[in-house]
Design a protein around this ligand. Structure first.
Ligand SMILES: [Mn+2]
Length: 467
């Protein structure tokens, strides 16, 4: 149990891996978010260094069909940042191969795995999901395999930050990785003004769209943000181009920081200062910030350009440039989706509002790969009251629909994963995720049943216990 059990398990996985001859073909299957792409990148570099032939597949979630269709000419399958939730499928379809699962998601319980399958997950040792990311688990594996892979520590942290495991510092295992990264000169810690999108949002948007904190009177109001800057004598534009924080002079930066400090204390909100993590070897300021690096990877995964994300992680200059450009396409896609939600909020057909539940039945109007992000964003703005559950249904193809579930505000009591798990037990389909964010894949003709079962589950909780 605990840390030593988990680290022993990693060593066991490495020994298992070493017992497989180098001539065998390796297939890496990874999740499509920032954590999954970082995890895959670390493993790709580790396989290169170990002289292994490998290929890669990036997936939104494991489905039975996908496992059945995995290429038969591969001998060893890695599942990174995915796999733990689908142990029985993997056991059924791949027990004649070798499999290593390096994941941190909620794992399927009571599955007796065949000896060809090696499962590594911190939750098996009573460590929490937030303790370490999928990329972090892969990093520990890679480092145990070859110490040279320590130079990938920053990628493990990109995964952790992408999975929201950073909260003014990291928990123990992530923090150990951070110490590795600092010692190797890969990462630096910086304290100072710290708003989301410091390097990728123009100044006025940086202030207007900040959710942590929300600036009263400025939040959601770009004109108010422009006025705030102008009042400080900071011109928001230069030569008809919006200015970014990085464009400000030293003096302007100090003026902005002290004004925000004074404003926050007069409004009694949390000051917008904190820790950020800098990658000093990156030339692009967006990739030089760990948090924004993760956003770039998310954009690549969600827009199906995972090769740009992998290239960005492995320092390919051309792919890095493309990955950063993609961030702006991604922002546009998110804005369009949020606009669609706003426009349809009043028509009860696409968006159903109940007391504690909002159901966005987006059908083809929101891409399934960004539906989870959109739901998380809606849960963070003050569009709905604290404690409201939000679900978005988005169609994957002609047959399947994805449902994402989130809750507004700080949540200590309801598990998104178990809510969906209970609904899917009745509706049929597949569930993945964890306590604070979960998703399900259902057959498209079950959309209506899913909606009514979810309402039933949320609204009739007490009656069910009594009956
Ligand atoms: Mn993850």
């Amino acid at each position: 149990m605990g840390y030593s059990g988990f680290l022993n398990c990693i060593s066991g996985a490495v020994a298992f891996f070493r017992s497989i001859p180098k001539s065998k073909k390796v297939m890496i299957v990874s999740h499509l978010d920032a954590d999954g792409i970082s995890a895959a990148s670390i493993l790709i570099r580790a396989m290169e260094r170990d002289g292994r032939k490998h290929s890669l597949m990036i997936i939104p979630q494991i489905e039975r069909k996908m496992i059945e269709e995995l290429p038969d000419d591969c001998d060893l399958f890695f599942f990174t940042d995915t796999g733990s939730g689908n142990l029985s499928y993997i056991d059924t379809y791949l027990r004649h191969k070798k499999v290593i699962i390096l994941d941190h998601h909620v794992h399927e319980k009571n599955v007796k795995l065949h000896e060809n399958i090696f499962h590594v997950n911190p939750q098996l040792f009573n460590l929490s999901y937030e303790e370490i990311s999928g990329a972090g688990v892969v990093y520990l594996f890679a480092k145990e395999l070859d110490n040279e892979n320590e130079d990938l520590a920053h990628l493990a942290l990109v995964g952790a930050i992408g999975d929201m495991q950073e909260n003014n510092g990291f928990q123990y295992l992530n923090n150990q990785i951070l110490m590795n990264g600092i010692a190797k000169g890969l990462v630096q810690i910086k304290t100072g003004l710290n708003l989301f999108g410091m390097h990728s949002r123009p100044l006025h948007k940086l202030l207007a769209f900040s959710t942590a904190p929300k600036f009263p009177g400025i939040y959601g109001n770009e004109d108010a943000a422009l006025a705030f800057l102008t009042n400080l004598g900071i011109s928001p534009q230069k030569e008809a181009r919006w200015r970014y924080f990085d464009d400000l002079t030293k003096d302007e930066k100090i003026r902005l920081e002290s004004a925000l400090l004074a404003f926050s204390s007069s409004e009694n909100i949390k000051a917008p200062f904190g820790i950020s993590y800098v990658l000093p070897h990156q030339k692009d300021p967006i990739l030089g910030d760990l948090r924004e690096f993760a956003t770039v990877l998310n954009a690549c995964g969600r827009l199906h350009k995972e090769e740009y994300g992998i290239g960005a992680c492995l320092d390919d200059p051309i792919l890095q440039k493309r990955a950063v450009e993609l961030l702006f396409d991604y922002k546009k896609a998110l804005t369009n989706a949020l606009d669609w939600v706003k426009k349809n909020e009043r028509n009860g057909k696409s968006i159903i509002k109940r007391e504690n539940l909002v159901i966005i039945n987006a059908k083809d109007h929101i891409a399934p790969t960004i539906a989870g992000t959109i739901t998380s964003m809606l849960a963070k703005t003050n569009a709905f009251p604290e404690g409201t559950l939000i679900t978005t249904l988005a169609r994957v193809d002609d047959n399947f629909t994805k449902a994402s579930l989130r809750i507004v505000g700080l949540n200590k009591t309801s598990s998104m994963h178990s809510i969906l798990f209970d609904v899917i037990k009745k509706v049929g389909g597949e569930v993945g995720g964890h306590f604070s964010a979960a998703g399900a894949l259902i057959s498209q003709d079950k959309e209506d049943i899913f909606i009514s079962e979810l309402i039933e589950k949320i609204e009739n909780k007490e009656e069910k216990i009594l009956s």
